[in-house]
Design a protein around this ligand. Structure first.
Ligand SMILES: C[S@@+](CC[C@H](N)C(=O)[O-])C[C@H]1O[C@@H](n2cnc3c(N)ncnc32)[C@H](O)[C@@H]1O
Length: 239
């Protein structure tokens, strides 16, 4: 045993505990179970949208090129178009779609935080968007199963894949819920942060392989903000 004084041991212990605490915080407590993640989003919901003031969220160019254009390109003006917004949060992209005159379809929005869903519902009212165009489901994505098979034109899974312990299971369910040729728009943690999410398929190579194994093709990764890259993939035409 090394013969350090008690002060050194206390210091080492303090540094280790702080390191673990910072890691837990940066990974949104997700290694401690999804219950804690849900509670933290419930608590955070009144302030969550504060981050949207940053340049990357405000950029018209990013919003169009990375998010709106791929979805609108997929669904066109089809009144029967169906979008599934998994981990919808307060509805950032869904609300932009619903406000675009081009989007005529409907959205099924899923999240496990009742408070985040409450904020999303409030935005629908504030923006006078018919509640008939959005249905909500409060469920943990760890347990979510695709009830409607090959039903959706687009699935959104934004800013959350790194928090899901069993991502392969979820991607298989998403794949089953999409129409052949349907679009998945998701995010993966950027290079600088990926090392924090061990075992969560967050490197570009790991994401691509996982998507291909789950029935996706034409995987494309674009840089967005430091924390996230945006990933587009098409559901294979073969069922
Ligand atoms: C960073 S927010 C992203 C919200 C939205 N997708 C967006 O782009 O603004 C993450 C959302 O995922 C939800 N979430 C995290 N883990 C989840 C899980 N296991 N099941 C369902 N929702 C989850 C949280 O409640 C939160 O609303």
């Amino acid at each position: 045993m090394l013969n350090f004084s008690i002060e050194i041991w206390v210091l080492v212990l303090g540094v280790c505990c702080t390191g673990v605490f910072v890691w837990m915080m940066l990974t949104e407590w997700s290694y401690l179970g999804t219950g804690l993640v849900r509670r933290s989003y419930d608590w955070l919901s009144p302030w969550y949208e504060g981050k949207w003031n940053s340049l990357e969220y405000q950029s018209e160019e990013f919003n169009q090129r990375l998010f709106l254009s791929p979805v609108l390109g997929q669904v066109g003006q089809d009144e029967n178009a169906k979008v599934l917004d998994l981990a919808c949060g307060t509805g950032r992209l869904s609300l932009s779609l619903l406000q675009s005159h081009q989007f005529q379809g409907t959205i099924h929005a899923v999240d496990f935080s009742p408070k985040m869903i409450e904020v999303f519902r409030r935005h629908l009212l504030e923006n006078q968007i018919s509640s008939e165009r959005v249905t909500f489901e409060q469920v943990n994505l760890q347990e979510w199963t695709a009830e409607s098979l090959h039903a959706y034109d687009v699935v959104l899974l934004l800013e959350v894949s790194e928090l899901i312990p069993d991502l392969p299971r979820l991607l298989n369910q998403i794949s089953a819920s999409l129409k052949p040729g349907g679009l998945l728009l998701t995010t993966q943690v950027g290079k600088r942060f990926a090392w924090l999410f061990r075992g969560r398929f967050q490197s570009p190579g790991a994401t691509r392989k996982l998507l291909e194994d789950s029935g996706f093709e034409s995987v494309k990764v674009d840089s967005w903000r430091a924390r996230y890259d945006v990933v587009l993939a098409s559901r294979s035409e073969q069922l």
